[in-house]
Design a protein around this ligand. Structure first.
Ligand SMILES: Nc1ncnc2c1ncn2[C@@H]1O[C@H](COP(=O)(O)OP(=O)(O)O)[C@@H](O)[C@H]1O
Ligand SMILES: [Mg+2]
Length: 256
């Protein structure tokens, strides 16, 4: 198995007159928590959107676990092994917490539409497995007691954790989290940190966009700092934190 999970090089994306990404790349090793940081508008979410097939890049190359991949359709990206959460939570609000995770799991199953309509024995068996796995994941992220609650009734922090459970349900090679701590209180942030640590210890690889510098510095093995769509600095948290370019960008924009 390749030691490198994700290798992205020279990704560019322009929106009209705005160069949102200029030749950005990351190399993420298996088991790493990789941080993508930078002031608001730096291009972090755009990078995720390109990576997960929501935006078509103007250029760039992508390799997942040593194999070239083209992030075209969102569904294909999930199949290839990248799962993500969104800066603005995107759950199925009227579905239960359990059902939200089951939807994620369906990416990895074989049942077709006929099986579902006819409710064949193999479909029912698979459905049962999906449900059990979804239940396990709710426990794993700590929202099992809300399994039968509609997603919209969960607290903000719990919805964020539910989104992580749904992403994990696809059994991803890489899980990409877009500002998972946004809007969380101090206690929820501590729990989130423990959860991300646990995910890493379970041998998964994480790409993390985060605004909370303390969280990033405490969690990440490696960091890329973006500013105006360009790579400002790359290195360990200690290295980038002491990079004068980074200090200037953050102070200059009044960021944290
Ligand atoms: N779909 C879009 N159309 C036009 N401009 C966009 C679009 N998405 C993002 N941008 C612009 O690209 C820049 C980077 O945005 P974004 O990637 O969301 O930044 P970040 O996540 O780092 O805060 C911003 O100036 C933003 O307004
Ligand atoms: Mg963003």
């Amino acid at each position: 198995m390749s030691d490198i999970v994700l290798k992205v090089a020279n990704v560019s994306k322009r929106f009209g007159g705005l160069q949102a990404l200029s030749e950005v790349g990351v190399t993420i090793k298996r088991g790493q928590v990789y941080g993508l940081i930078g002031p608001n508008g730096a291009g972090k979410t755009t990078f995720f959107n390109v990576l997960t097939g929501l935006y078509t890049p103007d250029g760039g190359t992508f390799e997942l676990a040593g194999k070239p991949y083209t992030p075209s359709a969102v569904h294909e990206v999930a199949k290839a092994g990248i799962a993500r959460t969104f800066q603005n939570i995107r759950l199925f609000a009227e579905m239960t917490a359990l059902e939200n995770v089951m939807v994620g799991r369906h990416v990895r199953t074989s049942s077709n539409l006929f099986g579902a309509i006819l409710r064949t024995p193999s479909f029912k068996r698979e459905e049962k497995e999906i449900k059990e796995r979804a239940q396990e994941l709710l426990e794993y992220v700590g929202v099992a007691k809300y399994a039968d609650y509609k997603a919209r009734t969960l607290s903000y922090g719990d919805q964020r954790r539910l989104e992580i459970a749904r992403a994990l349900a696809t059994d991803p090679q890489l899980i990409a989290l877009d500002e998972p701590a946004a809007g969380m209180n101090a206690t929820e942030k501590v729990q989130l940190r423990e959860l991300i640590d646990r995910i890493r210890n379970d041998n998964r690889t994480i790409l993390l966009i985060e605004h909370d510098v303390k969280l990033v510095m405490g969690l990440c093995d490696h960091v890329t700092v973006l500013d105006y769509g360009k790579q400002l600095s790359v290195g360990t948290p200690a290295q980038v934190q002491n990079d004068p370019k980074v200090i200037e960008a953050y102070l200059g924009t009044g960021g944290n």
